[in-house]
Design a binder for this molecule. Structure first.
Ligand SMILES: [Zn+2]
Length: 211
């Protein structure tokens, strides 16, 4: 079983439920679902279509405003950013624009403007995205190439519980579109791959990666 982050071929079966098996990489500690157990594109999109987030939902706006407020001290006004994997709405883009940033949004299913992936950015936000990536290594290395010198990643994802017992009961793994879960070691591996420093935790499951 090959780790989709560090490519190590040794992984042990960490947990399983009636839907999937979860493997843990010996080298970087990433917990991941085998790539032959991923949903089809069609089934994946169906699940995203059923997510309730919308512009008119004040709860969703408040949730993303929190992210913007935590990130803001590490950004400079006027900087350009990309909300990668924005989902069905442009709420985070709007919030950040109101706060003086130049922001675009990309989403494989809802805003697939590939032009945006040939530009450069001062920061790239992946809010509840990295746990969905089919090819986390390739995607993150690609996105790293879109960062300007001094660029940053802001990654929001729930860190994986260390114990199997906690993991087994963890709500986050029950979403079948979540296909890998990070811990401190796998975040360090991600940083190394992208030639960035180990992340700085900002709170609210947000991790800042910078040069
Ligand atoms: Zn690994």
């Amino acid at each position: 079983m090959t780790c989709p982050l560090c490519l190590e071929q040794k992984a042990e079966l960490f947990d399983q439920d009636k839907y999937r098996k979860y493997w843990k990489c010996h080298a970087c500690g990433l917990i991941f679902v085998a790539r032959d157990q991923l949903l089809s594109d069609q089934d994946e999109k169906k699940r995203y279509d059923s997510h309730q987030n919308s512009e008119s939902d004040p709860g969703y706006r408040a949730y993303l405003t929190k992210l913007a407020l935590l990130a803001e001290p590490f950004l400079n006004k006027g900087e350009s950013g990309l909300d990668y994997g924005c989902g069905r709405t442009l709420v985070l883009e709007e919030i950040l624009k109101e706060r003086g940033f130049v922001v675009s949004s990309f989403d494989l299913y809802y805003y697939p403007d590939s032009e945006l992936l040939s530009k450069k950015y001062d920061f790239i936000i992946l809010s509840e995205v990295i746990e969905h990536l089919r090819e986390p290594r390739e995607t993150m290395i690609f996105l790293r190439g879109l960062l300007n010198p001094g660029g940053r990643f802001l990654i929001k994802t729930k860190p994986a519980p260390e114990s199997v017992g906690e993991f087994s009961n963890w709500f986050y793994k029950r979403d079948l579109t979540h296909v890998q879960f990070f811990n401190e070691n796998s975040f360090d591996e991600l940083a190394r791959l992208c030639q960035l420093q180990s992340p700085h935790y900002l709170g609210e499951d947000i991790f800042l990666f910078k040069e």
